[in-house]
Design a protein around this ligand. Sequence first.
Ligand code: ADE
Length: 234
Amino acid sequence: MWIDLLTLFPEMFSGVFGNSILKRAQDNGLLRIEATNIRDFARDKHRSVDDKPYGGGVGMVMMCQPFFDAVESLQQQKPEVDEIILLTPQGQKFDQQLAERLARKQRLILMAGHYEGFDERIRTNLATMEISIGDYVLTGGEIPAMIVVDTIARLVPGVLGSAESHLEESFGENGENGENLLEYPQYTRPSDFRGMEVPEVLLSGNHERIRKWRLDQARERTRQRRPDLLNETE
Ligand code: ADE
């Protein structure tokens, strides 16, 4: 999978994508992640990427031209771009289901903006979708873009090693009959830490009892913390 990021701050991405699992995936050729500076596509001598809003008002608006030119330049290369995604608080709410859909694509462009907002024509005539990571406002789309890329990347086959991918996890289908449950509690050594003991069942060696206990715990935890997830189950 190939993901291009359009941003005014490409260096923000180097720490996140230059370490750990995502670095290994790029080194192994499973992922290609490239951050491109939108300012490289500015045309005036000040390298402007934003301007005052028509109709007045405070703040600056990100201009069409650098975004359109940058996307068109990336589109010169094959394979074809599947989605051009704008990160904004007004977008479709990001969740595991959307991540799974995007992880099946070959090529994505993510556009992160700063300042007051984007010229509306970037939304309507360039982006193919808008994504929000939640109902709160960040200073820019870079951190949301990192969250989206990280979530998608770990779903690409081969990106997680076998030990990592065998983890049962919240928001996957980890119950019976495709239930969407939060993770059950996990423990490691010692079995008694400052008087806090590991549940006896986990030390029993009885795999069937352990499996049942974990499922019960996951259901109870989901019922207490996220009853909305239980209602989503078909
Ligand atoms: N940019 C600023 N806030 C955002 C959010 N919540 N989601 C996506 N992009 C954003």
